[in-house]
Design a protein. Sequence first.
Length: 202
Amino acid sequence: MKHFLAIDTSKMQTRVGLKCDSEVFECRSTQKKHASQEILCLIKDVMDKAGISISHLDGIGVVTGPGSFTGVRIGVAAAQGLSISAGVPLLGLSSMALEARAASSVLGDGFYLVCHPAKSDEVYVGAYRCKAGKPHLVCKEFLLTLLAQDFPIPPIIKNREWIGVGDGWAERVKIEKAFGLKLRGAPIQYKPTIEDILNLCI
């Protein structure tokens, strides 16, 4: 039996999930922005639900952002501590890769351009080709400055038909202008489930 733990502290609510073969267990924080107070208790609770200990884990996945800077640091620190103490492999997971994966689980294979808001007039960008439920980076994730002149856009982005994903597409007109492309239809938002996270750990 394979056991994988997933930790997500990148959003307002902390989530911890555990996959035991086909069975999935999940625990969430009771309050927003309480990762530091609840993360270890959530991990213990989900392990208790499954009736296993840290030593039984085959891997740990942790969401590394983009997202809440403080939350991500807390989640990564907790995951690293568990990985080192139990000798369990650790995998970092991009929140943009997870959104691409969640969207492709509904819409199928294709090219997904994920945008997350950053600072004013900036968005994080992740370009993925999703195949059989797995997101594959087309180029490195990067920070796009919307007001910059002649921003160096990876050429491969300009030569594909993209599905837009994420709330960064609130700036759709500016992003399309910067990229020199038009999306395939309206941008969409699919929030990854804990099972989406766990499936990328395997």
